[in-house]
Design a protein around this ligand. Structure first.
Ligand code: HPA
Ligand code: ZN
Length: 341
């Protein structure tokens, strides 16, 4: 008989809250788009692309991630990319996604903001109509470019407040503290965007505190190193500030040596609102349910833990209270069905 935790992972509705759409570009699509758009890549075959995905740290991955993006040129390309992701995660029973996109590197290579946004939002709309998947978009500022550059992206986002819900911050972390982007975050919050940030992935617990205090973030993306600071853990638990953790990503970027070192169980036991996500599934070799399965096995999570993590995915989302409750009710009724079968 199949164990219940594994059926719960396969069948429960869930949300994904830490997903870079550019990180879903599969090698097959990368090669197809390179051909379609006549973009030169340093690879001849899909196998060569896959072989290059052997990372020793975050920067190693980022170099390939930005190279991979270079094949995305037209609105149709951004549509195809987003639609391919939605089709995959629909099979994982995903019902809600809060998706990051990185407009600055695209703008830097001459792709218009509206081309990027247009393709993504069109696919999200089709996903809502065809699969009932709801979504929110979060525009990330990239830390490797100056704050002035982030202001240019913010200006563009201000013309699309209906389509863009929040702002985030990603890319290189070490050596670029959150305070570097304090002004642009303040401006974004003044414009009504909800702030989140990647912190404590390779950076420290102090970086997490700085992002909470100065950038006023409402959710911590990764946040692994927050667990190094007992006082911060109490604060995050008391405020129920969500953490969007990405176990396979952490393992593939050597943030942890193996999956048994994932801090997810420790975070759950400390009462944190922790969630499981895939980050850049094509580059790290695992979509949403693969991440649940990986930690269930390596941390020996039981049925109760899987239900908590699944429910956390909705509780930690930016859905309205009404929508959260509707999703949580669907989880409960599916749990009863699985337990009775
Ligand atoms: N960390 C920082 N930057 C990123 C990531 C990540 O996990 N994925 C895409 N850009
Ligand atoms: Zn990320």
């Amino acid at each position: 008989m199949k164990n219940i935790a594994s059926s719960l992972i396969d069948l429960l509705p869930k949300a994904e809250l830490h997903l870079h759409i550019e990180g879903t570009l599969e090698p097959e699509m990368m090669m197809q788009l390179a051909k379609r758009n006549k973009v030169e890549l340093p690879y001849e075959t899909v196998e060569e692309v896959r072989q290059a995905y052997d990372f020793s740290c975050l920067q190693d991955f980022l170099d390939l991630y930005y190279l991979g993006m270079s094949v995305l040129i037209t609105e149709q390309d951004f549509f195809d990319l987003t639609w391919a992701y939605l089709q995959k995660v629909h099979r994982d029973r995903l019902t809600h996604v809060e998706m990051f996109f990185d407009p600055q590197p695209h703008m830097d290579r001459g792709i218009e903001f509206d081309v990027v946004l247009g393709g993504i939002t069109h696919a999200l709309e089709v996903g809502r109509k065809e699969f009932g998947i709801t979504s929110k978009l979060i525009m990330c500022f990239v830390r490797h470019l100056p704050e002035e550059h982030a202001f240019t992206a913010l200006d563009c986002a201000c013309n699309h407040k209906k389509e863009i819900f929040g702002v985030g911050m990603d890319s290189t972390e070490v050596g670029i503290p959150p305070r570097t982007f304090q002004r642009v975050f303040k401006a974004a919050v003044n414009q009504g965007f909800i702030p989140v940030a990647h912190v404590g992935e390779e950076g420290t617990a102090d970086d997490v505190k700085e992002a909470l205090d100065l950038l006023k973030i409402k959710r911590v993306d990764h946040g692994n190193h927050a667990l190094d600071d007992a006082k911060l853990v109490v604060r995050l638990s008391k405020d129920q500030t969500p953490l969007t953790m990405c176990p396979i990503s952490n393992w593939r970027l050597k943030v942890i040596d193996d999956l048994s070192q994932s801090p997810i169980k420790k975070a759950l036991d400390a009462g944190l609102l922790v969630t499981i996500n895939s980050d850049d599934p094509s580059y790290f070799g695992g979509y949403l349910n693969d991440n649940y399965r990986a930690v269930q096995q390596s941390l020996n999570l039981d049925e109760k833990d899987i239900i908590t993590l699944t429910k956390n995915s909705f509780k930690a989302s930016f859905l309205s209270d009404y929508e959260k409750q509707r999703q949580l009710d669907r989880v409960d009724s599916q749990v009863s069905r699985i337990q009775q079968s």
